[in-house]
Design a protein around this ligand. Structure first.
Ligand SMILES: [Zn+2]
Length: 113
């Protein structure tokens, strides 16, 4: 379950930001996770809850936004693309699609006290 490692890095980012702003308590954190990153939202929420007790983030709420997978064809432009289309080929011309979104993993903001 790589969500545990991801939750740990999210927590590290939040705690680092708290140090930088001399905050005592993390109220909430918002993260964006690409649909194609392989992260299971519920597993990440759970991992975060497991890691936060006894930290300054003990009562923090985590808000996870799933960014949908998007792709475009070099010839036809934006293309419909689904996660289970494992070959990622353009349905119109068969060219390999370029992923334009859905792989990101980013802390959007932290709410501190
Ligand atoms: Zn195409």
């Amino acid at each position: 379950m790589h969500e545990m490692a991801i939750a740990q890095s999210i927590l590290d980012i939040a705690l680092g930001e708290m140090d930088r702003r001399a905050a005592t308590r993390l109220i909430g954190i918002k993260v964006s996770i690409g649909e194609f990153s392989g992260v299971v939202k519920e597993a990440l929420e759970f991992a975060f809850q497991v890691l936060t007790p006894d930290t300054r983030a003990s009562d923090a709420a985590i808000d996870i936004d799933i960014v949908p997978l998007t792709a475009e064809c070099p010839r036809c432009g934006p293309s419909d693309c689904r996660l289970n289309d494992l070959n990622f080929l353009c349905t119109a011309c068969g060219a390999a699609l370029i992923l334009t979104g859905g792989r990101e993993m980013k802390v959007e903001y932290v709410d501190l006290d």
